[in-house]
Design a protein around this ligand. Structure first.
Ligand code: ADP
Length: 364
């Protein structure tokens, strides 16, 4: 057993019911820079503290959850899990914690924690994101020029167009605008993944942002004959939030409700202070999200099965961006949905506002 454990490249730590370390292999000792002798008998949360997005997990640490719920908990590269080793250096990890039924004969061990240092995977992932960012950036310039010239042609700057010329150029213009929106979304995603987007809070009137958005989207709402109800509370204070980000959140939720609701449908857009948070609610009675897709809709480039076959534009990046922005600014997001009945998104942002963060660029 000891030969197997010491030959493994994954770190392995055994923990008993009292959360004490009862076993540690050589790889764990190397990754955590702690000698086995110094770890034995110590609390696992002191030896392997788990951080997610820089916040230390306490009772919600995957290790303690696996122990208390007698189950298996795994983390993935995208979970952004790190620990601090014995020299207080940050180490990115993926880990799995497995509850052991009936294995208490091994030093009273009830849980096996296996983990791997993923510094290398992280840097490959970062290089890939940087490449996407660079490529998206390069694509923007020619797209701007295509958009500019198609607009000039359509407004007759190069003389009158025949009806079929107009039809073709309108097609080119539509496709180019869709591509521009994809490139912008890719830039947003890469800025989020690289952690380089800035947050610039300023006293923001959420109702004003919401009203201007509704005004801007009115032509599409009218075109689909949708009925929009606005429920904006009267007593919303000015909130110290980044107006661009607030707009981005509302815009994504509202355009989704418009896109994924059939003609003559109903949409409700509400802003309501609740305790320490402001709730942004967008409810529709549209296509809904099938139960099988509900766990994945915040993933990058994921689109639910029911909308993939429809002729509805989308790239599956909007909700990933919204969730990241909401969570990075101290809020949370959830939804309720039933297929063919409708969907309601709830975003809660703290009334106390957002913390500023310097960064290379804002999101667009
Ligand atoms: P997309 O560009 O495809 O709209 P999003 O990231 O905004 O990308 O949304 C991801 C997926 O979630 C959509 O493709 C759709 O399947 C589903 N979705 C989001 N909002 C709604 C909604 N209001 N009603 C039904 N499905 C929705």
């Amino acid at each position: 057993m000891s030969a197997i454990l010491s030959s493994m490249t994954e770190g392995i730590i055994g923990v008993n019911d009292k959360r004490e370390v009862v076993l540690m292999n050589q790889a764990a000792s190397i990754i955590l820079r702690i000698a086995e002798g110094d770890a034995l008998g110590k609390n696992i949360s002191d030896i392997l503290p788990v951080y997610k997005d820089k916040r230390e997990l306490k009772e919600d640490s995957p290790i303690l959850v696996a122990l208390s719920e007698k189950t298996i908990v795994r983390t993935y590269l995208s979970d952004n899990i790190t620990t601090f080793d014995g020299s207080k250096l940050e180490v990115p990890l993926v880990l799995s914690a497995t509850y052991l039924f009936g294995a208490s004969s091994i030093e009273g061990m009830s849980l096996l924690v296996m983990f791997r240092n993923i510094t290398e995977e992280r840097s490959v992932d970062r290089a890939k994101t940087e490449f996407v960012s660079l490529a998206a950036h390069q694509l923007r310039t020619p797209l701007t020029s295509i958009n500019w010239y198609t607009e000039m042609l359509l407004s007759g700057d190069a003389g009158d167009l025949s009806s079929s010329q107009k039809e073709f150029i309108t097609e080119i213009s539509g496709s180019s605008l869709r591509m521009t929106s994809l490139v912008d979304s890719l830039l947003n995603v890469s800025r989020i993944d690289l952690g380089t987007f800035k947050i610039e809070p300023a006293p923001t009137d959420f109702v004003k942002v919401a009203e201007s958005l509704v005004f801007e989207l009115t032509p599409t709402i009218v075109k689909k004959n949708l009925h929009l109800t606005k429920n904006f509370a009267q007593n919303i204070p000015l909130i110290s939030a980044d107006p661009t980000l607030v707009r981005l959140i509302m815009q994504n939720l509202l355009t989704n409700a418009i896109k994924y609701t059939a003609e003559n449908g109903q949409i409700e857009f509400s802003l309501t202070p609740k305790d320490t948070m402001l709730e942004i609610k967008v409810k529709d009675n549209g296509y809904g999200i099938p139960a099988s897709s509900q766990g994945k809709i915040f993933s990058k480039m994921y689109r639910a099965d029911n909308v993939q076959t429809m002729d509805v534009d989308g790239n599956g990046l909007g909700l990933y961006v919204v969730k990241s922005v909401v969570e990075e600014t101290g809020g949370n997001i959830r939804f309720e949905s039933a297929e063919n009945q409708g969907t309601t998104f709830f975003v809660n942002l703290p009334l106390k506002g957002m913390e500023p963060r310097s960064g290379v660029k804002g999101l667009s």
